[in-house]
Design a protein around this ligand. Structure first.
Ligand code: ATP
Length: 290
């Protein structure tokens, strides 16, 4: 085998709570990751040496700034004899949108490299490497539909997803920098018990599986919405518009600016997508749990 094709899915954060800060400045959080069917495509082709990234998307760097180049450098440290690889990336996931596109690419790249070159690296070593690349990478490495992330978001517990959900993503044409959103976050974080919060979020997943979206809406929260709304008031307007149209569960994903609404069926998702597209003239994507 000298080449491999892979799908690299996106995620939404159904819930995201900031619980505190580590001495190194990183935030301690709890999040409910949910993998969705919006996917980039990756093709890895073995070459004698060096990594060469091919991608036509104007916002994705093909040089050492690409997160896959960082992943290759880390792998090379563990496996000095590692051959080179051409990576052909077809970007479908909106960039800098809170959908974890880069993190997902890094995870797919690591899994693909392990398979292509039969690397002797176990799951926990791979998770450690992933955690060094970005807090969302370990979730994508687990290849599960739904998981709780704690600590920096990199300690993963898979959670069963018993019912496929449908999502309408409302995509902004303005990106939002994750670090700007975190900088704007209030310094006064309320004291919350992680155990209690974890239990509550697990209950919300049962509501979601049963199609009880109004009940899930009462529990699920994204603490980054407030600072993101301050930076880009248009995000809050999008949420308000969706609520006005009668959507029971609508949230911002990650650090934004993408807003998503959840539906139990494709029919309901499509009907909402048509109405919100007409109202806001923004790009929308209909997708499902993956
Ligand atoms: P997250 O939800 O994990 O915070 P995001 O979805 O908001 O991430 P990305 O799409 O990963 O953000 O892009 C963030 C930045 O990373 C962009 O400015 C982009 O230029 C850079 N980047 C580096 N490598 C990649 C990649 N493979 N795909 C997309 N963006 C990349």
């Amino acid at each position: 085998m000298n080449s491999l094709s892979l799908r690299s899915p996106a995620k939404v954060n159904l819930d995201l709570r900031i619980l505190g800060r580590y001495p190194d400045g990183y935030h301690r959080l709890l999040t409910l990751f949910h993998r969705i069917s919006v996917c980039d495509s990756l093709r890895l082709v073995a070459r004698r040496e060096a990594l060469v990234i091919h991608c036509r998307h104007p916002a994705v760097p093909c040089d050492e700034r690409n997160i896959m180049a960082k992943a290759y450098r880390l792998l090379k440290k563990c496996f000095p004899e590692l051959p080179g690889v051409d990576v052909y990336l077809k970007k479908v996931i909106p960039v800098a949108a809170g959908l974890g596109g880069g993190s997902g690419n890094a995870a797919a790249f690591l899994l693909g490299m392990k398979k292509l070159f039969r690397l002797k690296i176990n799951r926990s070593e791979l998770m450690k490497l992933g955690g060094r690349l970005g807090a969302d990478v370990p979730f994508f490495l687990t290849e599960t539909t739904q998981a709780l992330g704690t600590c920096r978001g990199d300690k993963i517990k898979s959670l069963q997803c018993h019912a496929k959900k449908w999502f309408v993503l409302i995509v902004s044409d303005r990106g939002l920098s994750t670090s700007d959103v975190y900088r704007k976050l209030s310094r006064h974080l309320p004291a919350v018990s992680l155990t209690k919060l974890e239990r509550t979020v697990r209950i919300a997943t049962h509501f979601l599986d049963s199609g009880m979206l109004v009940e899930a809406d009462k529990i699920l929260k994204n603490d980054l919405e407030k600072p993101a709304f301050q930076l880009q008031p248009a995000i809050q307007n999008t949420v308000r518009k969706a609520v006005d149209l009668g959507v029971p569960l609508v949230r911002m994903s990650g650090s934004g600016p993408t807003v998503f609404a959840v539906f139990p069926s494709l029919k309901e998702a499509r009907a909402f997508a048509r109405r919100i597209k007409h109202a806001l003239k923004q790009k929308v994507i209909v997708c499902h749990s993956y």
